[in-house]
Design a protein around this ligand. Sequence first.
Ligand code: GDP
Ligand code: MN
Length: 388
Amino acid sequence: MDLFEHQAKELFAKHGVAVPRGGVAWSPEEAEAVAAELGGTVVVKAQVQIGGRGKAGGIQLAKDAAEARAQAERIIGMDIRGHTVRRVLVEEASDIANEYYLAVLHDRASKGYLAMASAEGGMDIEEVAATKPGAIVKVGVNPLIGLRPYHVNQLLYGAGFPPETHKGAAAIVTRLYEVLTAEDAMLVEVNPLVVTTDGQVKALDGKVSLDDSSLFRHPELEEMRDTFAVDPQEQAAKDKGLNYIKLDGWVGIIGNGAGLVMSTLDVVAQAGGKAANFLDVGGGASAETMAAGLEVILSDDKVRSVFVNIFGGITRGDLVAQGILDALDRLGDKVKVPLVVRLDGTNAEEGRRLLAESPSDKVVPAATMLEAAAKAVELAGPPAKEGA
Ligand code: GDP
Ligand code: MN
């Protein structure tokens, strides 16, 4: 679960990371009020869960409350790469002398944590990572040892932070590590960390991704979930207890088992298509689950065909086939696109026979995974043009 900048900064403040003073505003009037209370020049920042807001014009300075109101008017409702701005963060503006980058995160490869820093922070860190990877210093941290002063020194000297920033930056790294571990986050990132013209070091931006599996330990964080940010199809799937992730292709995917679903995405890509989603129905490929899954997938109007890929183990192929047929019955006219079904494993033959006997002209059986992928991609046809 990703947090908004203002939520990330609330966590930062809770753990003693220096952040600018500010408040959230859901309307231009509220923005004006926050700015009036802060006094002086403020910065009005679009709150969306995507980077590059600065470049998109979603971050603007305002020299007084009236101007803050006008900027909020412009920014609220703005679309930043598919994310609608519904609220802004109004903060006291900072006089920036220098911008840096700091992050602490989980590192699967080392089964530990990783701390990263760069003296080339600011809006183009992705470009720095791509063109000058050496400018980003990475220090592995063993979770059993924890972040120690020698890690911090390695990080700050390694990245070439000027000596006068070390004290402030070290305090912030230490506290970011505390945010990561105490709040069960997967990633905590600050870009930019700034040094102001009067020598203060503070987090000007903040990104926090929480570990969903740990949210039960943090009910107060669960409350930060943004119901707007969740895709309506993902929400519907979640309500039905499905493991569904929306993707941006046009071939719908249903499979049993996360591994099988992932390889299904790969074969669809190999066949020249692009998956519209990830949907794992797990062990229970009942009519109930199949209908629920199909319904969610078909509510995405980009979907032009569906590839159902089931390997019967504990799940019996004939039951899955019956589930698919019952689901088709239940959904009736809602099913407008072909369903390519590949069944293998336990009782696959019985399953395929049931499907072959189906009166529905939507079911297309296929013998192998590759054949099914090719068929699903072919029946989907070329992708619809964007916006069409
Ligand atoms: P992002 O573009 O979504 O990563 O948003 P950031 O919060 O990182 O802001 C982008 C850029 O806006 C920063 O790198 C700064 O250059 C600029 N910016 C943000 N806040 C302030 C501020 O208080 N004062 C000044 N002068 N610039 C700011
Ligand atoms: Mn940023």
